[in-house]
Design a binder for this molecule. Structure first.
Ligand SMILES: [Zn+2]
Length: 417
């Protein structure tokens, strides 16, 4: 069987390699509801490094979940946000590579290559027309700006892709290029010419992850103009369709949204657009299952709740250290964090409701949630004590993990309900 992503695919994160099964159960529920979704387990080098884990541990947990639940559809392991320096860490275990070129955006490759790029693409000067949505105006300045700002990054992606191909051969792996962890969004008109450059260098990408307007902070709601996002998302999809025709890119090429999880206000709009256009979509989530682990532990009371409280009080203490790798994707109002003393007096219900992403609940605190989102290093320091608690409280944790993925993410985004 040739392994390919289906039209819809969903990236889940599993920090401690204990939630693959309940995550896969969410995909099974989607399948039962008539929606085929390819599950992808993504874990970045940053995450592995912070807790000292190995990619093989994720691979083993995922393979076991797939065997135990008799999943006979494709599934992937995503080496998330990689570059030439850390790709080897993943090469024996992963079959999905997210080549992150954000650090190279804005570097100039020099006049000669830029001029060739311009000459190749100047025939697009004028209007790019799309059925049913606003057209895009292409000016000489736009093509020149893309060449100046992105061509270097595309050449860098090519180097990383060539390295992966030299190790793993052609085909069988999914290739994504990501540009999301940067300051400024890539607009749809830029995306069209970025795809021109990717095609020119023969990088056979299956997914592309631009940065969108608005903020996609980790584990919390989207902040920004939702109607602007919708317009951009719709145009990006149209641009990808046109680029496939114009540049001969992979027919299954689709957009990947590095959502940072929990973007409930935009899932219905995204569903509307993908349903109307018939386009595919990859949604990458992160850390949302780890927070469900903590919710499950808290709900279990006793030792589980004690562990959840310990993770919070230590996270509070090591605030700066834990937040520093994530500064561009979190926004915590420190004044609104409860003190550890306060939290230590809470019962499991108060802890879980303060953490759970239910924006209508009076106890929900997005600052508390974001701090715990980056607090997983504290749990990793507990080593077996933490892992044993996951096993001891598996039933209640699993229920939360599956429900969260299926109910809060898959249902509104892919099932339109
Ligand atoms: Zn990302």
């Amino acid at each position: 069987m040739k392994k390919i992503l289906s039209k819809y695919s969903f990236g889940v994160g599993d920090r401690f390699a204990h939630q693959a099964k309940p995550q896969l159960k969410a995909m099974i529920k989607a399948k039962e509801a008539g929606c085929a979704i390819t599950p992808v387990w993504n874990k970045s080098y940053r995450e592995h490094e912070i807790i000292g884990s190995k990619s093989l541990t994720t691979r083993s947990a995922v393979d076991k979940a797939v065997a135990d639940l008799n999943w006979d559809e494709p599934y992937f392991l995503d080496a998330d946000h990689i570059n030439l320096k850390n790709v080897d860490f993943f090469i024996d275990t992963c079959d999905f590579y997210t080549i992150d070129v954000a650090d190279y955006i804005g570097r100039s490759i020099g006049g000669k290559k830029q001029k060739i790029f311009y000459e190749k693409n100047k025939n697009f000067i004028g209007q790019l027309e799309f059925p049913g949505i606003d057209s895009i105006e292409v000016t000489p300045a736009l093509i020149q700006a893309v060449a100046e700002k992105y061509l270097y990054a595309i050449y860098e992606a090519k180097k990383i892709y060539d390295y992966i191909r030299s190790k793993l051969g052609d085909g069988g792996v999914v290739i994504e290029i990501s540009m999301d962890e940067t300051d400024k969004p890539q607009t749809p008109d830029e995306l069209f010419f970025i795809l021109a450059g990717i095609s020119e260098l023969n990088i056979p990408i299956n997914t592309i992850a631009p940065k969108f307007s608005g903020s996609f902070n980790k584990g919390v709601e989207y902040i920004g103009d939702v109607s602007l996002f919708k317009k951009e998302f719709e145009q990006d999809i149209a641009v990808i369709e046109l680029a496939k025709k114009e540049f001969g890119l992979n027919p299954d090429l689709k957009l990947s949204v590095h959502s940072g999880s929990d973007k409930f206000s935009i899932y219905p709009l995204m569903n509307e657009v993908i349903t109307k256009s018939g386009a595919g979509l990859h949604l990458k989530t992160a850390g949302t299952s780890w927070l469900e682990e903590l919710i499950g532990l808290a709900e279990s009371e006793g030792d589980g709740l004690e562990i959840a409280k310990h993770v919070y009080s230590e996270s509070y203490k090591y605030y700066d250290q834990l937040c520093s790798p994530y500064l561009s994707v979190i926004d915590i109002d420190k004044e609104k964090l409860p003190t550890p003393d306060e939290v230590n007096r809470w019962g499991g219900e108060t802890f879980s409701q303060t953490l759970r992403h239910d924006q209508d609940h009076p106890l929900y605190n997005l600052n508390f949630r974001q701090l715990l989102h980056v607090g997983y290093k504290i749990a990793s320091k507990l080593e077996n004590k933490y892992l044993e608690a996951l096993v001891a409280n598996e039933a209640v944790i699993s229920k939360n993990v599956t429900e969260n993925i299926f109910h809060r993410h898959i249902e509104p985004l892919f099932l339109g309900r």
